[in-house]
Design a protein around this ligand. Structure first.
Ligand code: NAD
Length: 271
């Protein structure tokens, strides 16, 4: 089969550059386009050079339309507003949309669900194999240990990250809530400050650390009486997310439209 033609949007970002390097180094996929926001100083540059490689002959542009018409997939690690625009374009072009962007609201997710009626969308707060396995383990642990065990999700990321708690932390909280058979929205405590009162039984707490260049560290703590279980993941390089995103695009090729998760791609859905 011919190489899958992929567009990288947010091409000059931390993940965008990693995606370009990853696609260029993989068989079966090719960089078919690179998009940045209007006004970006990187418009007009070669995408390969931008990512620290030899020239790829792909120029960074702020006009996604013609690219979407000629490609098979788009890898999107940008921001919520941009991702909603790309979801509409991907639905119109009926190409695979892999969404890594985090910080999406419920209303944003509704619009993505609507776009997924027309195109294959794979969306995950974390595209790495390790974190998706961790989510499965968290779900099992939360199911096995009752609400005598308090669940807290602790995360740390680099100083430039703009949303909190991280998409991965929320994904792990969701996994814990599913294991317990409860709704995360009713039990999430996303921050604590001042006189908070005692911890409510069954709540799922989040704690956020920001600093330095940390790519992403997550721990799910299940704290019971006199014992504690901790499930931990440490990302050491952004390429783990990029490889997962490419894998998701290849998996989505030729599939019927719908909203899928990375657990579907990796065969880790246990229900
Ligand atoms: P970043 O700020 O380095 O990159 C985002 C890029 O998107 C920027 O270059 C920005 O100019 C570009 N952009 C914004 N609007 C655009 C538009 N309309 N058109 C084209 N480009 C546009 O951020 P980052 O660290 O690369 O992270 C990006 C997103 O991916 C964040 O939401 C982050 O949380 C998420 N992320 C997800 C995973 C995962 O596995 N799901 C992993 C890492 C990061």
């Amino acid at each position: 089969m011919a190489d899958m033609r992929l567009i990288v949007v947010g091409a000059a970002g931390r993940m965008g550059k990693t995606l370009i390097r990853t696609i260029a180094g993989m068989d079966g996929v090719t960089v078919a386009g690179a998009v940045e926001r209007s006004g970006s100083p990187e418009i007009g540059r070669d995408a390969g050079v931008l990512a620290g490689l030899e020239p790829l002959g792909v120029t960074v542009t702020d006009d996604p339309l013609p690219l979407f018409a000629a490609a098979e997939g788009v890898l999107d690690f940008t921001g919520p507003a941009a991702t909603l625009e790309f979801a509409e374009l991907a639905a119109q072009a009926r190409i695979v949309h892999v969404i890594g962007t985090t910080g999406l609201s419920d209303a944003d997710n509704d619009r993505i669900r609507a776009a997924a009626r027309h195109a294959v969308v794979v969306k995950s707060g974390n595209m790495s194999l390790g974190v998706n396995l961790l989510a499965l383990l968290v779900r099992q642990a939360a199911r096995a240990l009752d609400a005598d065990f308090d669940i807290e999700v602790v995360e740390m990321h680099h100083r430039m990250k703009v949303d909190a708690p991280s998409g991965t932390a929320l994904m792990l909280g969701e996994a814990a809530a599913r294991g317990r058979g409860i709704d995360l929205g009713d039990h999430a405590v996303r921050s604590r400050d001042g006189h908070t009162g005692a911890r409510r039984r069954g709540d799922i707490g989040f704690a956020t650390l920001r600093g330095g260049t940390v790519i992403g560290e997550h721990a799910v703590v299940l704290a019971g009486e006199f014992e504690r279980v901790e499930l931990v993941h440490k990302a050491e390089d952004r390429s783990i997310f990029a490889r997962g995103a490419v894998k998701a695009a290849l998996w989505g090729r030729g599939r019927k439209p719908g909203l899928y998760s990375m657990a579907d791609v990796l065969g880790l859905s246990d229900d």
